[in-house]
Design a protein around this ligand. Structure first.
Ligand code: NAI
Length: 328
C-alpha cells in the first residue's frame, strides 16, 4: 500500500481538533486508500489532555491511521511533514489589546514558520486556520523563506460554506445546486461573500435573488458575523464546521477541485483583481495537480470592487502592524 502521508496539526488538544483529527484519521482528508501519520503539536501544559485524545484515536482503530506522534517542539513534530494544518493560536482574552493579540500569535507563527522551513518535507503545504488566519499565514510564510510562498494558505472555506448554506435557505434549493461561490478578502467581518458570480442551477445567483437590499443588509452581514452568532448560541466558537472546512480546503488543494465549480482560498496575492501583492487574501480558486490557480477574468462592478478594497485595506493594516512588531 501507499507510504503514509505525514500530516502535522497544531492546537491538537483544542476544540476544532477534537473533530478534525478523527476525520483526518478516518480517511476523510485523503481517501480510504491513503494511510496518514499524525504529528500533533501542543503547548506543554496541554500535552496530558492530548494524550487522552490519542487514546481515543487508538480506540477508533482506524485502518488509515498509520501512526501518531505528539510533542511541544515544532522542529521535532514538523520533521518531514507533507501537510501542515496550523489550527492552534492564542485566543483574545479579556483586556487584551489588538497589538497584544498580534504579538502573541506572531510569536507562535514566526517559530512555526521557521521550524517548517528547517524540517518539513520539500512538498509541504501549509494551511492556517488559527486566527487572525490570513495574517498568521503571512507571518509563517515570511519566516519560511525556502518554502515557495504558494504553499501557504489561510482558511476562508468556512465562510464559503456558510454563504452557500445561507443562499440555499433563501432560495429553497439544495446546496449542490449552488456553484461558484466566492469569498474575497480577509477571514473577518470585512470579508465579501460575492453572489454576482455565483450560480444556482447555472443561473446567476444575484439575479435570482433579485433583492440588493437582502444581499447588502442580510446575506453579507449574516455570513460575515456567523462566527459571533455561533459563539452567542453555543457558548464557544464554531469547531466541527471549522474542522470540516479545514479538511475540505486541504483535500481540494491536494486532490483537485470539482469540475465546473471553484472554491474560496486565502492565498498570497499575485496582484490579481488589484489586490495588493504579497498579502494573503481570499480569491476564487481552482485546484489541480496539487496547485491552485486564481480564477481570472471576472468582471467586478463598483459595489464588489469597493467591498474587496475595504477588506484588502484591513489586511494591509494587519500587515503593517506585524511589520512594525518586527514579525515579518
Ligand atoms: P481552542 O482554544 O479550543 O484550541 C486551541 C489550542 O491551541 C489549545 O489547545 C492551545 O493549547 C493550542 N495552542 C496554543 N498555542 C499553541 C502553540 N504555540 N502550538 C501548538 N498549539 C498551541 O481553539 P479552537 O476553537 O480549536 O480554535 C482554534 C483557532 O481557530 C482559534 O484561533 C480560532 O479563532 C480559529 N478559528 C478559525 C476559523 C476560520 O474559519 N479560519 C473558524 C473557527 C475558529
Amino acid at each position: 500500500s501507499a507510504a503514509p502521508v505525514k500530516v502535522a496539526v497544531t492546537g491538537a488538544a483544542g476544540q476544532i481538533c477534537y473533530s478534525l483529527l478523527f476525520r483526518i484519521a478516518s480517511g476523510a482528508l485523503l481517501g480510504p486508500d491513503q494511510p496518514v501519520e499524525l504529528r500533533l503539536l501542543e503547548i506543554t501544559p496541554a500535552l496530558k489532555a492530548l494524550e487522552g485524545v490519542v487514546m481515543e484515536l487508538d480506540d477508533c482503530a482506524f485502518p488509515t491511521l498509520a501512526g501518531v506522534q505528539i510533542g511541544d517542539d515544532p522542529e521535532k513534530v514538523f520533521d518531514g511533514v507533507n501537510l501542515a494544518m496550523l489550527v492552534g493560536a492564542r485566543p483574545r482574552t479579556a483586556g487584551m489589546e489588538r497589538g497584544d493579540l498580534l504579538s502573541a500569535n506572531g510569536a507562535i507563527f514566526t517559530a512555526q514558520g521557521k521550524a517548517l522551513n528547517k524540517v518539513a518535507a520539500s512538498d509541504v503545504k501549509v494551511l492556517v486556520t488559527g486566527n487572525p488566519a490570513n495574517t498568521n499565514a503571512l507571518i509563517a510564510m515570511t519566516n519560511a523563506p525556502d518554502i515557495p510562498k504558494e504553499r501557504f494558505n489561510a482558511l476562508t472555506r468556512l465562510d464559503h460554506n456558510r454563504a452557500i448554506a445561507q443562499l440555499a435557505a433563501k432560495l429553497g434549493v439544495t446546496v449542490s445546486e449552488i456553484k461558484k461561490m466566492t469569498i474575497w478578502g480577509n477571514h473577518s467581518s470585512t470579508q465579501y461573500p460575492d453572489l454576482f458570480h455565483c450560480e444556482v442551477n447555472g443561473e446567476n445567483a444575484a439575479a435570482k435573488v433579485n433583492d440588493q437590499a437582502w444581499i447588502e443588509n442580510d446575506f453579507i452581514p449574516t455570513v460575515a458575523k456567523r462566527g459571533a452568532a455561533i459563539i452567542a448560541a453555543r457558548g464557544s466558537s464554531s469547531a466541527a464546521s471549522a474542522a470540516n472546512a479545514t479538511i475540505e480546503h486541504m483535500r481540494d488543494w491536494v486532490l483537485g477541485s470539482p469540475e465546473g465549480d471553484w472554491v474560496s482560498m486565502a492565498v498570497p496575492s499575485d496582484g490579481s483583481y488589484g489586490v495588493t501583492e504579497g498579502i494573503i487574501s481570499s480569491f476564487p480558486c481552482t485546484t489541480a495537480g496539487g496547485e491552485y490557480s486564481i480564477v481570472q477574468g471576472l468582471d467586478l462592478d463598483d459595489f464588489s470592487q469597493a467591498r474587496i478594497a475595504a477588506s484588502v485595506a484591513e489586511l494591509e493594516e494587519e500587515r503593517d502592524a506585524v511589520k512594525e512588531l518586527g514579525l515579518i
